[in-house]
Design a protein around this ligand. Sequence first.
Ligand SMILES: CC(=O)N[C@H]1[C@@H](OP(=O)(O)OP(=O)(O)OC[C@H]2O[C@@H](n3ccc(=O)[nH]c3=O)[C@H](O)[C@@H]2O)O[C@H](CO)[C@@H](O)[C@@H]1O
Ligand SMILES: C=C(OP(=O)(O)O)C(=O)O
Length: 427
Amino acid sequence: MDKINVVGGNKLTGKVRINGAKNASLPIMAASLLATEPVKINEVPPLKDVGTMCEVLSHLGCEVRDSLPGEVTVNPTNVKNIEAPYHLMRKMRASFLVMGPLLAKQGRARISLPGGCAIGSRPIDLHLKGFSSLGADINFGHGYVEAEAKGLQGNRIYLDFPSVGATENIMMAATMAKGTTVIESAAEEPEIVDLANFLNQMGAKIIGAGTDTIKIEGVDELKGTDHTVIPDRIEAGTFMAAAAITGGEVLVENVISDHIRPVIRKMEEMGVEITEEASGLFVKSYDELAPIKLKTMPFPGFPTDMQPQMMALMTKIIGESSVTETVFENRFKHVDELLRMNADISIDGRTAQVKGGKMLTGAPVKASDLRAGASLILAGLISDGKTEISDIHHIERGYYNMVERLQDLGANIWRNEEFLKEAVNNS
Ligand SMILES: CC(=O)N[C@H]1[C@@H](OP(=O)(O)OP(=O)(O)OC[C@H]2O[C@@H](n3ccc(=O)[nH]c3=O)[C@H](O)[C@@H]2O)O[C@H](CO)[C@@H](O)[C@@H]1O
Ligand SMILES: C=C(OP(=O)(O)O)C(=O)O
């Protein structure tokens, strides 16, 4: 099994370009099922999750090509299958996003239930509430959820929590429903806006994406289009945190600052200097930073997907910082691993208190999920000695060439296989 090894101590300097957003690419790829013609999607990051979505779409009958870097073409004109099986669903929860488009276009979908994951139970009740409000019959059996509708009918749908996935799934289903659908208490994340822009380019009639009320006027047909996905705000934030934790100076290119305003503001509260430049954000950090309190919230609040990375950063700061996680019920799995690296963190319910300033020590640790893995890399960048991170397939779900890009910034980081290759070359 591959591992990522990090030896701490190097300040990061240089520049790094941010890839297209995983969390925008996945729903947009799913939405391509709605088209009557091929769609081309640009700046799609070559991640494991994107590969899984390609597999799901191919399984359903789409012709998927990803021959050029960052460019995915989906031809959905021959889709006949309506089933997303367990072996694909278990790799990635976001596969559930094909349900809305299948229901709208094919009138039926049979999707393996996604189940829980390392950051919480992650139910799909709000997705299903939306589909039944649009007139779908929902049934469960043998680990699958089946939805069927003879023509969806627009409706008013109130989400009890502004779920990103439910907003996306319902928005996609409603594009071809009869009449008007209004999603209230909708998620406002930038990825929702990108998806709505993509759908509108295809001929959908969606207004209000990016606010808490989204209105969708159903249309009969959606055409093909050519779309470029937005930059990945979480990848950007992670590299900003890498610069910040090492006291480095890094230009993070291809970022939309408004998408990561809360991350910028919280880092500035710590004393990190962030300058908006034409090509991106210049991050300049210092050895001494100030402790802060942080609370995750749906957008425009602080993103939960940056919480573990910020916690790693807090371990360096002398004094007491705190993190309150309000979005996911169990997103503190990285804490046990950070403790193994000599961090001083205690958890009380949904809040973690971080007593920072103790020297971290490298240790063998395990990535329990994607962002937990990122936080361990960041901690490794300032630890004394070697940190060896296992279960790195989680990290590769969401970060492309993380190791190489950190190396380019001056980090002492390598994958086991490269280390072995080097050892063989030198022998
Ligand atoms: C592929 C993708 O875009 N993933 C992102 C998406 O996940 P995802 O779309 O799964 O996240 P949601 O916004 O749906 O989940 C937020 C909260 O709502 C709860 N919930 C959700 C749906 C539902 O039907 N019932 C319910 O109770 C979840 O358990 C969780 O506690 O948004 C999350 C919150 O910003 C991010 O962390 C993920 O990176
Ligand atoms: C939680 C995440 O992704 P997913 O919803 O795909 O699990 C994430 O990107 O941090």
